[in-house]
Design a protein around this ligand. Structure first.
Ligand code: MN
Length: 267
């Protein structure tokens, strides 16, 4: 008898919770779950410091474009003339903030024997939308930073060979080192300028942002066809050619004209 009561209470309780959740969702036009209530533990949101401000930039999603420079597309074995843009995501908590002027310790991850750097411009969005035209896409950009799309290349390749998801090669803990956010009002948009990366002082990657196959504006437009974009979404805009491995003890320094350099030491 009492167990039947418990069951009924349970079902009534969950029906009420579901109705509450549905009401919350109906009243909320964003991607928020619309639920509220006491949580059993706290989850920290991911934020990135903003240069020249006491604000921090809250990160919603991390999008990354693949093979966005001709020579890199070729070195990865694809045809840059035929391939439409494609994107993957990293988990938001993969962010590792690296303060300007510091060398952050970056842990060599588990499972890989071929850990690669990819130097990239990062656009951060302050507005969202669906089906954004290229001509107005840069209106969504709130600022820029620079970052590393760190990659377990051996695992990425192995999964690709088996037509499985890249996830384990791209979307792991601390796979997204990033510098501070610079407001676009202070930097302007980045359509050209040097992008380079050194390991232990030796130049490995050296290219120009103008060599992107798909511009930041085009990336935003394309992404917004697949997903509604929101403030807090950030986009790693692809890496030039000559990606390569690092081992423990190596120091990576990367540069984009107009931004302070980003440095990490692999530990
Ligand atoms: Mn990349």
């Amino acid at each position: 008898m009492s167990s039947r009561m418990d069951r009924r209470d349970f079902f009534q309780g969950s029906a009420a919770a579901a109705a509450l959740a549905a009401g919350g969702l109906a009243g909320c036009a964003t991607a928020s779950t619309g639920t509220s209530g006491r949580t059993p533990f706290q989850l920290a949101g991911t934020v990135i410091p903003v240069v020249g401000s006491d604000e921090v930039f809250p990160v919603r999603r991390i999008y990354c474009i693949g093979r966005n420079y001709r020579a890199h597309a070729i070195e990865m074995g694809s045809n840059p003339d035929r391939e439409p843009p494609f994107f993957f995501q990293k988990p938001t908590d993969a962010i590792q903030f690296v303060a300007p002027g510091t060398v952050a310790d970056h842990p060599y991850p588990s499972l890989t024997k071929n850990y690669h750097y990819e130097a990239e411009l990062v656009a951060v969005l302050g507005k969202g939308g669906r089906n954004i035209p290229v001509a107005s896409a840069l209106d969504l950009v709130w600022g820029y930073s620079l970052g590393l799309d760190m990659t377990r290349r051996d695992l990425q390749r192995a999964m690709g060979d088996e037509k499985k998801p890249w996830e384990i090669g791209k979307s792991f803990d601390r796979s997204a080192p990033i510098g501070a956010v610079h407001k676009v009002a202070q930097t302007g948009h980045f359509t050209k300028g040097s992008i380079w990366l050194k390991v232990n002082g030796q130049t490995k990657q050296n290219a120009n942002l103008s060599q992107m196959i798909w511009s930041v504006a085009e990336q935003i437009s394309k992404l917004s066809e697949a997903n509604e974009l929101f403030p807090g979404d950030i986009i790693y805009s692809g890496t030039p050619e000559n990606v390569g491995p690092v081992v423990r003890g190596d120091v990576i320094e990367m540069h984009i004209d107009g931004l302070p350099n980003l440095s990490v030491k692999i530990v």
